[in-house]
Design a binder for this molecule. Sequence first.
Ligand code: SF4
Length: 333
Amino acid sequence: MANLIKNTDIDFSKAIVIDSTLIKTYRACQKKYDYFQNHRYVKKSRSTAPSFGIAMHEGIAQFRLQRKKLIPYPSAIEIGQAALQQSYQKHMPAESQSEVMTDDRCSLNNAIRLYHGFCQHYESIGYKYHYVEIPFALYLGKIKIPNLDIDDTWSGWIEKDVIYVGIIDAIIESNGITYVNDLKSTAMNITENYLNGYQMDQGLIGYTIAARELLGIDTHHALIHAFWVQKEAKTKAGKPLDEYYHTKPLYFDDEQLAEWTSNTLLTVTEIEQHKLSNQWAMDYAASCNLYGGCDYRGVCSLPPSSRQQRLEMDFRRAIWTPLEEERLQVMEE
Ligand code: SF4
């Protein structure tokens, strides 16, 4: 990964450091944020989908880096595949790598098949890759939160700096337009409605601002590359591989970018206020059941007095580190 680009020298330990995952988690459910970020509980049994996504990202990033250096396609694809395989072996849970899983949509064979399909699909467009995998730290501004004395009484206000961090997948030029690119993988059928949803993707808008402010790229354009994670069709009636890949150009004007910044600061202020009161509401709604169910559903569905025991049984502690290759750093047991 490239070096961190930033517009602040503030010590990270003295600021509020936030990223799109934490914002998304908080907005989905305060309680989920509390379990994940305050108490650091993550499920012991790891889901394969995020690890599969990381491996695909690594392979594609390496391929793009080679193409950026004008390495010929056959060599670039080989180097990318080696990176994908290495990352797959490192990140995928051991049980998913067993022989019985070789036909699974998250198998290594399928990852390689999807990776080749992806590279081939976009190669013919003739993209120029200006940047690939850029970690960034973007200073957003200050927020004001109550200063509480030791006995919880209010004694004025304090200001805190907020830094937004993330990794831009790529900056791509195509037909004279420069785009901030984000890769998405999903097992769901990719429809126009699914792609339109990215117009409201707070992560992507943040990356567009970071590209403008930190890389000096004068663009309002973003480009989603979404690919379908599905195993090979067994019959001829199945979808051809080339149709697994979908591209969605998006546009954010200056007002939308400015609105994102003030809105993000509002959410961060809210999170800090909840930290002071230590009160975190449960969603009791869509977030509990989305994407196969929230990780904490088995906890929240128990009577409150039984929840701690379940947390200790089924979860372990890990720190979310958005700028590291391994985003979840497991803590000592
Ligand atoms: S199960 Fe529902 S209430 Fe519990 S943390 Fe998840 S989203 Fe929140």
